[in-house]
Design a protein around this ligand. Structure first.
Ligand code: DAH
Length: 339
């Protein structure tokens, strides 16, 4: 009986392991473990086993039965998961197929232009400072020498959070914050987002970028401002691009000047973008008003400075010949893919 059991265990194990699909496995199960299977037949032979051997043979029989069931379950699991060899066939990769292109993101044209501007000023020895977009009245107007209710505030109409808290309409606010933190010499640029209550059209948006500059030291003159901006114009658009000053007014500079650059789309000949003038206005500038220096505790008899602020969108539009500011914010991939 013992031998018969062992032989059955061996045979059944081999048959289970060799079954190559679930159907075969089921046939093996019926043959060995089924109700009329070979193991059952041996069990029925127990009645002929001598009484003293019964406990031992019975135990062996249970062991064989348990073992076969375990082997069976394991094989069943394996077949359900797929034979390793079969899986290689169905899951393998055809390395000769052409690859799928990974779409790589790029800098947004607006921020790429801003980076370009920043690099030029870094090369001239300026360092980058940032300030809050949500500002209070003091940094936005009072410290910048705007008298209350001055008409110059009209062009800075912005969004108010409360009477005192607003979204900054110009990066000039950071001039004050930066000067409060250090003593001269100061040589900074401030890139940042600004907001205004402007009606959106081809050249205006409620949200836009400026690049501010501020330099304060002993003996700084208007010629330094002019030379710095001329160097910027050349760095940005090449030798053919020049800078033009015209008188302007800002409360925080005296004298003040509008900055215009040669229209690079027509090379200064005159076109639709520059309204046939050959020049494109890109920002404002001037010598820092002594009142502003005194506000932050600088000695205005000892120190002088210049400042400027430029519209980043305007420069990016010139750079790429873009005629509508709204394209920057449209999220339109057909536009963005061109850069
Ligand atoms: N903040 C001014 C504006 O947004 C531009 C400007 C003018 C900035 C003169 C300056 C400056 O730093 O000196 O209209």
């Amino acid at each position: 009986m013992d031998d018969e059991l062992r032989q059955l265990a061996e045979e059944a194990t081999a048959a289970i392991v060799q079954a190559t699909d679930e159907k075969q496995l089921e046939a093996v199960r019926v043959k060995y473990l089924g109700r009329k299977g070979l193991l059952r037949q041996l069990q029925q032979g127990m009645k002929d086993v001598p009484a003293e051997d019964k406990p031992r043979v019975g135990k062996l029989m249970n062991e064989v039965s348990e073992q076969l069931k375990a082997v069976f379950a394991q094989r069943q699991e394996e077949l359900a998961a797929g034979e390793p060899a079969l899986r290689v066939d169905t899951e393998s990769v055809d390395v000769t197929l052409p690859g799928r292109n990974v779409r790589i993101g790029k800098r947004h044209p607006l921020l790429a232009a801003l980076d370009h501007m920043i690099e030029i000023f870094l090369g001239l020895g300026f360092s980058v400072v940032e300030g809050p977009e949500v500002e209070n009245y003091y940094y936005s107007f009072e410290a910048l020498n705007y008298p209350d209710y001055h008409p110059a505030m009209d062009e800075q109409a912005t969004f108010y959070v409360s009477d005192d808290v607003l979204l900054r309409s110009q990066t000039s606010t950071v001039q004050i914050r930066a000067m409060e933190q250090t003593q001269p010499p100061v040589r900074i640029i401030v890139p940042g987002r600004c907001f205004r209550r402007d009606t959106v059209d081809a050249t205006h948006c409620h949200t836009f970028y400026q690049l501010e500059g501020l330099l304060v030291d002993e003996g700084v003159t208007f010629a330094d401002l002019k030379g710095t901006l001329e160097a910027f114009a050349t760095g940005m658009f090449g030798e053919k691009c020049h800078m033009r000053f015209r008188p302007d007014f800002f409360p925080f500079t005296e004298p003040s000047a509008e900055i215009a650059l040669t229209c690079i789309l027509c090379g200064g000949e005159g076109c639709r973008v520059c309204s046939q003038t050959g020049w494109v206005e890109v920002g404002g500038s001037g010598m820092v008003d002594p009142n502003v220096l005194e506000k932050v505790g600088y000695d205005s008899e000892r120190y002088t400075g210049f400042a400027f602020g430029m519209g980043v969108e305007r420069l990016a539009m010139l750079m790429h010949g873009i005629d509508d500011i709204r394209l920057f914010y449209s999220g339109d991939m057909r536009f963005l893919k061109q850069f």
